[in-house]
Design a protein around this ligand. Sequence first.
Ligand code: KAL
Length: 259
Amino acid sequence: MNLSLEGKTFVVMGVANKRSIAWGIAQSLDAAGARLIFTYGRERTEKNVRQLAETLNHQNSLVLQCNVESDEAIEACFKTIKEEVGMIDGIAHCVAFANTEELKGDYTNVTREGFLLAHNISSYSLTAVAKVAKELELMPNGGSIITLTYLGGERVMENYNIMGVAKASLEASVKYLANDLGKQNIRVNAISAGPIRTLSAKGVGDFNSVLKVMDERAPLHRGVSIDEVGDTAYFLLSDLSRGITGENIHVDAGYHVIG
Ligand code: KAL
């Protein structure tokens, strides 16, 4: 089995800065020889993404805006990708959002608007992207789609609240999408990453204590890094994982097996 990703192209959605898990994924794919296409949501992250992309081995990455709240924007973005590169081999979906004020206290504080917003950006966006990739026949040779989730989608984790409910929806979508896209030999999987200090985790009051619990209780007695998640993404996006779809792989130092 060839470990190289040379000649393969992947879309990486959701790099915000050098701490982003999406950036860990991009670096692993780049080291394996892949060509990358980056998509960002907010205008203000474009410069960051372009600067980071310039540090890769593989130069001339395509960097495009993709507002995942809009079907038209997603379609336009992936049409451009098709025009520019013809076909792709996979997508890393690393996008999530919920209102800050709904990520603390009681889950019941969530509003209808906040509930829908979190589901729209953090869950439906994966389905919308998979749908467009299928319709545009972007992966005629088969492919692999991955998304990022967190243990809070499986069990109650303090403060994760609405994001946990959105991740549960995302994880269920992975299974239904795997079943649909399997006909085109496109695999769909999730990576459940342990807590990592990313922009998403910013402003979380007791994040230090979440990390401390990893050192104390996770089977490996440590936290995980973006490059560890990146290497699992590389595996899931490569042919090494060709028999795996609809799966959720925990890259969390084993924390999920602890009661
Ligand atoms: C239990 C954990 C503690 C943290 C609680 C909630 C984390 C939710 C993740 C969610 C994606 C964060 C936000 O949407 C933050 C947003 O309201 C404000 N931030 C932003 O707008 C920044 C600028 C942009 C770039 O962020 C986004 N997302 O667009 C969970 C921890 C232990 C693990 C984590 C952090 C999981 C996760 O899902 O990220």
